[in-house]
Design a protein around this ligand. Structure first.
Ligand code: 13P
Length: 240
């Protein structure tokens, strides 16, 4: 399976950062599928800058509703209209700060699938869940609802899973190789081996190659390091 590298800028970046990071990215070709998920406002600019390259642009969220009277929301159709290729759904920061439920995540995924956009569906456990031995059951509960959509034809070409332990995000403390391999195995057992499973949580140039060499790891979802042109370039190279 071709490796995937997905950058998630979160609520960071500017037109200057778009110029710096994406111009640097464009100077190289990578063997992996590489995309950057930028804030909504910058989607159009990023799409224009990466036009004609191998790189794809993604959103970090999407509305669970179709077009209509939902002030402040952005629909899947609009993402597609501006040239976006994918979107992240269910990130733990959205679950935590915006009370996004498992049901809402599934509704968002359904909207993306309807318009033909690829989805990166995030799952992950908190430290309390891991410490109390509930990590696996939490992940399985998050995955369980996907089966309805899979039964309706959402195959491995339509979405992948990003395993992001909440305690590893932005902490500089990535999960260990054993922890990552074990959870990726759980996810693949649950969904089927053909679904790509990415790892996210403190991925840097220094650990990207060893993480991507682990069994069951089909790529990485990169937060902070995706805003640094040099770091991100090295991570993309490590995926090749
Ligand atoms: P960091 O790489 O900054 O830990 O963030 C991970 C993440 O949340 C990517 O979606």
């Amino acid at each position: 399976m071709r490796k995937q590298v997905v950058g998630n800028w979160k609520m960071n970046g500017s037109t200057a950062v778009i110029d710096e990071v994406l111009d640097a990215l464009k100077t190289e070709r990578h063997a992996a599928d590489v995309s950057v998920s930028v804030p909504y406002l910058y989607l159009g600019g990023a799409v224009a800058k990466l036009a004609g390259t191998q790189y794809r642009v993604g959103a970090q969220n999407v509305s669970e509703f179709g077009d209509g009277a939902y002030t402040g929301e952005v629909s899947a159709r609009m993402l597609k209209d501006v040239g976006c290729s994918l979107a992240i759904v269910g990130h733990s920061e959205r679950r935590r700060y915006f009370a996004e439920s498992d049901e809402a995540v599934i509704a968002k995924l359904a909207r993306l699938l309807e318009v033909g956009l690829y989805a990166v569906v995030c799952v992950g456990e908190t430290l309390a869940e891991r410490d109390s031995g509930r990590a696996e059951s939490r992940i399985e509960a998050q995955l369980a609802r996907l089966h309805t959509l899979m039964a309706r034809g959402a195959g491995p070409d339509r979405f992948c899973i990003a395993y992001e332990p909440v305690w590893a995000i932005g902490t500089g403390r990535a999960a260990s190789g054993d922890q990552i391999a074990a959870m990726h195995e759980v996810i693949k057992r649950h969904l089927g081996a053909s679904y790509a499973v990415l790892y996210g949580g403190s991925v840097k140039a220094a650990n990207a190659a060893s993480i991507m060499a682990l069994p069951g790891v089909d790529g990485v979802l990169v937060g902070g390091a995706s805003l640094d042109a040099r770091e991100f370039g090295e991570i993309c190279r490590a995926a090749g």
